[in-house]
Design a protein. Structure first.
Length: 465
């Protein structure tokens, strides 16, 4: 549980006894450390045999401009405490947003009371002490952006103006948002781990609407990075949003057809996400995955090589240790299409009779080896087929792998874009789609934690008219 407050003027005094100024965290790092240690001491004194705590805080500013006018200005200042205690192999959890000593003690007491009334779980417990991070590397994740409200408004207006300047058919806007954010946490456990760090995440996005012949289309673009100097300019974001919207005007439907499909890089990242979900501990031990017992099996085409790279400097998915304090390590996940590893925390690893992979809390940076072609090159390689630039809806059954989603994009003829398409559905099965990957582009999108270029799949069903 966290506290969150949107404000436009004065900030309230924090429960930690400090009054933060704009651009400062609610409390000091020393306060986070003190609270974390107090939780362990209180848990031990209350009869817990083991305990862990995550103490965090975050600040941010977000400004949205629409058609040149300011729509929203929001600040956030969040604090939170999450406590887990163990009495033997019985576990209890509690949380609070109040950093006052009395509240901390009450929260720990609640967690202990819950643990006393839960059943034993033979797989519960802290991470193996031998796996805990001892010398965590500095991954350069914290780069504050001294952005004022006035500056954010100017950037939002610049993004919108650049988008509208692309094409006179662009007549409306869903807005441009400029945001900065910083976070800090401390994680401790009774096996002797004490670690934490600050991080930042900033972005600019813009979405505009075009109209021609009574039909409207919208598209967007965004930039995001840990450090503000690594983002695109607001004007570049706006121009790309405008270009992407304008090229979608006069979209057509397709007749139902089976054909090759290219997932543009931002959409291809979803395919990696489905793989992560399918080979993550919870899905595997619950037997709710289409990739059960896939370790060592040929799941992807032989051309696919995928690694987890948790120590990339400034990357979104980078972390020196996972949510249990286990050290993260770079590793091969897929080699020549063969699965080399799962995504496991301590609990799921014990359930499966395996060892944690340092993925409590999720996967870190996934990096798929790019091929020789950019997106234009992949289109030429495909010759004739469908380029997907947007997917709609969920439509994925993670138990069977069945895949069916609404989509929009472009029909490719003779290796080039022929016309935009809309109101279509693409369908297949993820097992087949993974095995039918023909090529991965070198147009790698690194804005998120899944670094992939566009992906060409040999065939899928496309349902249209």
């Amino acid at each position: 549980m966290t506290s969150s407050l949107s404000i436009t003027r004065r900030l309230p005094k924090s429960s930690g006894g400090e009054t933060p100024a704009d651009g400062q965290f609610p409390v000091s790092t020393a306060t986070l450390d003190r609270v974390a240690q107090m939780i362990l001491d209180t848990a031990r004194g209350g009869g817990a045999t083991a305990a862990e705590a995550d103490v965090s805080q975050a600040i941010g500013l977000s400004v949205t401009v629409r058609k040149g006018e300011v729509e929203t200005i929001a600040y956030n200042r969040d604090k939170g405490i999450a406590v887990t205690v163990f009495i033997g192999q019985r576990r209890g959890n509690a949380s609070t947003a109040d950093f006052a000593d009395e509240s901390i003690r009450a929260t720990v007491d609640k967690a202990i009371a819950i643990a006393r009334f839960t059943a034993d779980d033979p797989f519960a417990g802290l991470a193996d002490p031998a796996r805990l991070a001892r010398d965590a590397p500095d991954l350069d994740l914290y780069h504050p952006w001294p952005l004022s409200v006035e500056q954010a408004i100017d950037l939002g207006r610049a993004a919108e103006a650049a988008a509208f300047a692309v094409d006179p058919r662009l007549t409306n806007s869903e807005g441009a948002t400029v945001a900065r954010g910083e976070a800090e946490f401390v994680y401790v456990n009774s096996n002797g781990f004490h670690g934490g760090y600050k991080s930042s995440r900033h972005h600019i996005d813009c979405a505009v609407v075009g109209e021609e012949g009574g039909a409207m289309q919208r598209d967007y673009w965004y930039t995001a990075a840990r450090a503000p100097d690594e983002m695109l300019s607001a004007e570049d974001v706006g121009r790309e949003a405008g270009r992407r919207t304008a090229r979608r005007l006069n979209g057509r439907q397709l007749a139902t057809i089976e054909c090759p499909v290219i997932f543009e890089a931002p959409e291809a990242a979803d395919l990696l996400g489905f793989f992560v979900n399918a080979v993550s501990g919870g899905s595997l031990y619950r037997r709710s995955s289409f990739l059960i017992d896939s370790l060592g099996e040929q799941v992807f085409a032989p051309t696919v090589h995928l690694r987890e790279e948790p120590h990339l400097l400034r990357a979104r998915g980078s972390a020196p240790f996972d949510n249990e304090g286990v050290a993260t390590e770079a590793r091969d996940l897929v080699t020549a299409g063969i699965v080399q590893g799962y995504f496991l925390g301590s609990y799921s690893a014990r359930k499966l009779g395996m060892a944690t992979t340092g993925n409590a809390g999720g996967a870190h940076n996934l990096v798929i080896t790019p091929g020789e072609h950019d997106l234009d090159g992949l289109c030429r390689q495909m010759g004739r087929g469908l380029l997907i630039t947007e997917q709609l809806g969920q439509g994925v059954n993670m138990v069977t792998g069945d895949f069916s989603r609404g989509a929009a994009g472009f029909w490719i003829e003779d290796g080039s874009i022929a016309y935009p398409v809309e109101e279509i559905t693409i369908a297949g099965n993820l097992k087949d789609m993974f095995r039918d990957i023909v090529a991965v582009g070198r147009d790698v999108d690194r804005r998120g934690s899944r670094h992939t270029g566009s992906i060409l799949v040999a065939k899928m069903m496309v349902a249209g008219q």
